[in-house]
Design a protein around this ligand. Structure first.
Ligand code: AGP
Length: 372
């Protein structure tokens, strides 16, 4: 009913709008007044976390994209090698696991069979499993050694939005906590990022307030045959997530690539008028990546692509090559997905609506996939 949707036409719109609160609720009580993280609910003792020599993340779909982003954060802040794999592939290749492996299973529903089977396999090999989950008491957290709940609240729309943002928050919390207990050389950076995470709800809200041009652009592209998404570093999984949203909702051909892979094949797809969304890394920090993506944008534009550029406020270098420029707030490099994915959610939702699709219940999809 309309009341359940809180005045929005679709649950997806309501859930996109709820993201600042979902992020705030997931942070609540986890950052101490001294600026240190307290994850008391993690029943895995700090000694086990200190001794872990490998992290393996398993998940499906959107949760897998959260896991891809987590890998950048975990390896950078903790220096523990981290692998991430789609859960449906994991156990069939005889992965190397033992008592020093920390497996992280990410799932909104907590009932995804592929993810459940992957974590059962990991536990049989003696690995410790931490679930990141949005559904209290569901199967995946019940079968794990520990759980960090995301507090997105119930997500009804099949396409995940607020659950994804809170999965990112939970992944950052785990990465930062591992860094904290293991005491890496990034201690100062970790404290600074913990402080900046507290600002994420306000920044997500700021992005939501500036989405009208994105909706207008989406409507103008309702007849496009295909849309490509490019990113680098943590922008690469964001590009994949943008493409997944468009496939699920608009039933359109969409693909996400690492921008550096363009020249190894996908650039052959570029033709005049093809919309290409580019998620631009911050010009601060790893600025070499920024220079490289600027060249990637020039290359595709020279071949006629219509460039839709998502870039940080104050990043002027990309402006001359952007047919459409979508601004996002300045964040620490690794936290950028929290703001850069939001325009992609709005874009897919609006484009699908313009095509007349039912965004809450896309064809052929179920909210939770309980078969392998
Ligand atoms: C998200 O938009 C999708 N509907 C889907 O990829 C989903 O993320 C995936 O099936 C995993 O679900 P889970 O988080 O409930 O395990």
């Amino acid at each position: 009913s309309a009341a359940e949707k809180g005045g929005y036409d679709y649950f997806m719109l309501k859930e996109i709008a709820e993201q600042p609160k979902a992020v705030a609720d997931t942070l609540l009580g986890r950052i101490g007044t001294d600026g240190r993280l307290t994850l008391d609910e993690l029943r895995i003792p700090d000694s086990v976390l200190r001794e872990a020599d490998k992290v393996v993340i398993v998940a499906c779909g959107t949760a897998f994209h959260a896991g891809m982003i987590a890998k950048y954060a975990i390896e950078h802040w903790t220096r523990i090698p981290c692998e991430v794999e789609v859960a449906s592939e994991f156990r069939y290749r005889d992965p190397i696991l033992d008592g020093r492996t920390l497996v992280i299973a990410i799932s909104q529903s907590g009932e995804t069979m592929d993810t459940l089977m992957a974590l059962r396999h990991a536990r049989e090999q003696g690995a410790k499993v931490l679930a990141i989950c949005n559904t209290n008491g569901s199967t995946i957290p019940r079968e794990s050694d520990a759980v960090l709940y995301t507090h997105a609240g119930p997500e009804v729309a099949v396409a995940s939005t607020k659950a994804f943002l809170t999965q990112l928050v939970a992944c950052y919390l785990v990465a930062l906590y591992l860094g904290q207990v293991r005491g890496t050389k990034w201690g100062d950076e970790i404290s600074a990022v913990i402080r900046e995470l507290g600002d994420a709800p306000r920044q997500v809200e700021q992005v939501l307030q500036t989405m009208e041009p994105v909706r207008e652009l989406a409507r103008s592209l309702a007849d496009a045959r295909s849309v490509l998404f490019l990113g680098r570093h943590v922008g690469f999984p964001v590009a994949m997530e943008g493409a997944l949203k468009l496939k699920e909702l608009a039933y359109m051909h969409a693909e996400g690539f690492a921008a550096g892979e363009l020249k190894h094949g996908p650039i052959a797809l570029i033709e005049p008028g093809l919309p290409v969304v580019v998620v631009v890394p911050s010009p601060r920090g790893r600025s070499i990546l920024h220079d490289k993506i600027v060249s990637n944008i020039q290359e595709i534009r020279a071949r006629g692509a219509r460039t839709i550029v998502i870039a940080e406020e104050g990043d002027e270098a990309v402006a001359p090559y952007a047919d459409h420029l979508i601004r996002i707030p300045v964040t620490p490099v690794l936290l950028q997905p929290l703001v850069s994915v939001v325009p992609l959610q709005v874009f897919a939702c609006e484009l699908a609506t313009a095509k007349g699709h039912e965004v809450d219940q896309p064809r052929n999809l179920a909210k939770s996939v309980t078969v392998e």
